[in-house]
Design a protein. Structure first.
Length: 508
């Protein structure tokens, strides 16, 4: 009798302590939050972590020096989404590269194992605003683009505008065509601001080369600049004098930019667009402030050769409006880069690109070093893929449901589990366009000297609504695919309008 009472006591105590432990789901959790001990020990920043935990029923894992310390926990948790909460001064280029490497180490596959994003800000209030802004879905209906060549078609936008070299275009109603206006280049910033206020864009894209922490329009005047200071953009005009064979400059005016508005996304399609480790000068943090950018992507580095990560991810997002969220699209873009590198030479998934190399003065030397790594000749744009393998920075809640407004439906994707088989079906309408699906209508990027100026087409992509266990094509299926537990990419498939295609996967 006494033994029975003792066992009952131990059972009750064990149950109580088990209930106080964080749950670890053996089949994978939906969402995990990684945060530093510095964040944990700062009450204001820890509230950001707790807000994400509550919003997504998330598991929380803390690290001391780098997110790489959480690998064992991630292997247990197997999350589909990972948010990293960190103070901006710690988010360097190497930090971004480390997060990409971590995302591929959870399972033995070559692909990223989760969709991730970074939550940060000048302070905890700004970081919390990013979390709160992603609580409700956003359907993108209006856009504003600042770049040399406009590649996004205006036809699917309710309101659309662009600013390029010496001209701009705008439409304010869906049925409008873009009205083009020509003007002096010196008025580019003024024109961008006018369109910004008139359009109230949900989507911003700028070839925002931001060396020295200054935002550059496609062609800024030599006598003006846009500084980021403590989370606010300032438009500064300069007075230049030539006296006694010397050039002198002084600031003639300095005013804050009135770029406010509702929640929006921002694509920094240029070098240094996503540096945040010097917070007081960061253009990225300035966009997250008053302009209310809730998610953004870009590069924390100079001299990007190809633009595959930014423009390729945009293709996955834009080719079929409404199908993928922003984070899902850039996740697929990353998987496409990894598959392309592995297909060309598996060694390019292990060796790291050296960002101290200068492609402007030593491109032949960089190719020679790359060929030493691979043991064969490097051709095409593969160098650009290698450079950008771990470079893209995504800021925002990776589970935010932000999509382009749905366009006319030209195909349907269906998935179904049948015992140990998983069937993906693609049904095409008569007006289906394979060129649209491959992103052939979107941006070419002028990058590598002497190489084709193109980001290239993208494969057909599927994100599985559930995580599959060891998916592989059924024997006899003759398709060139990239497969992970979360997604499938189909290459070199010339789909014909009006037809139906099926992929049968075996799963454990």
């Amino acid at each position: 009798m006494r033994n029975n009472i003792l066992w009952l006591f131990l059972l009750v105590v064990g149950t109580v302590f088990a209930g106080n432990r964080p749950s670890v789901k053996t089949n994978g959790c939906g969402y995990a939050v990684l945060a530093s001990r510095s964040v944990e020990q700062d009450n204001a920043w820890k509230e950001v972590v707790e807000a994400l935990r509550e919003l997504h029923a998330a598991e929380v894992v803390y690290y001391t020096d780098s997110p790489g310390e959480t690998l064992d926990a991630l292997r247990q948790l197997r999350p589909r989404y990972v948010a990293v909460v960190e103070k901006p001064e710690r988010i360097t280029r190497d930090y971004i590269i480390g997060m990409h490497a971590l995302s591929r180490r959870v399972t033995p596959s070559i692909y990223a194992d989760f969709i991730w994003g970074i939550i940060t800000g000048l302070d905890a209030d700004m970081a919390m605003k990013m979390v709160n802004g992603a609580k409700e879905p956003l359907e993108i209906r209006s856009g504003l683009v600042a770049q040399r060549h406009v590649e996004l078609s205006e036809e699917d936008w309710e309101r659309f505008g662009y600013v390029a070299w010496g001209k701009s275009g705008i439409k304010t109603e869906r049925e409008d065509t873009v009205a083009v206006e020509y003007w002096e280049v010196e008025k580019q910033v003024k024109k961008f601001s006018e369109l910004y206020r008139k359009l109230e864009p949900d989507f911003l894209l700028c070839e925002s080369y931001a060396p020295n922490y200054q935002l550059s329009m496609p062609d800024n005047s030599l006598y003006e600049r846009i500084d980021a200071r403590d989370g606010v953009f300032h438009h500064v005009t300069e007075e230049v004098k030539f006296e006694n064979n010397r050039v002198s400059r002084r600031d003639a005016s300095d005013r804050k930019m009135d770029w406010a508005g509702n929640r929006k996304v921002y694509i920094a399609a240029g070098c240094y667009g996503c540096d945040v480790d010097r917070p007081e000068k960061s253009c990225a943090l300035a966009w997250m402030g008053h302009p209310n950018v809730t998610s953004m992507v870009g590069y924390p580095a100079n001299r990007v050769l190809l633009g595959q990560a930014v423009w390729g991810g945009l293709k996955f997002w834009n080719v079929t409006p409404g199908r993928f969220t922003m984070a899902e699209a850039y996740f697929l873009g990353q998987q496409h880069i990894l598959h392309t590198l592995h297909d060309y030479s598996p060694s390019l998934l292990e060796a790291s690109y050296d960002f101290n190399w200068d492609p402007m003065s030593d491109i032949s030397g960089i190719y020679a070093r790359m060929e030493q790594v691979m043991g064969k000749e490097a051709r095409g744009n593969i160098l650009g893929f290698w450079q950008e393998r771990d470079l893209l920075a995504y800021f925002g809640d990776p589970k935010w449901n932000v999509r382009f407004q749905s366009g006319e439906k030209t195909y349907t994707v269906k998935t179904a589990r049948k015992g140990k088989k998983y069937v993906v079906t693609l049904e095409l309408e008569e007006d289906f366009s394979v060129f649209r699906l491959e992103g052939s209508h979107l941006r070419t990027f002028e990058g590598l000297p002497g190489e084709p100026p193109t980001v290239g087409t993208i494969p057909f992509a599927v994100i599985f609504p559930e995580r599959l266990n060891n998916p592989r094509l059924e024997n006899g299926e003759d398709w060139q695919v990239a497969l992970s537990d979360d997604m499938m990419l189909v290459y070199d498939a010339w789909f014909e309008p009006g037809k139906t295609y099926k992929w049968i996967l075996q799963v454990d």
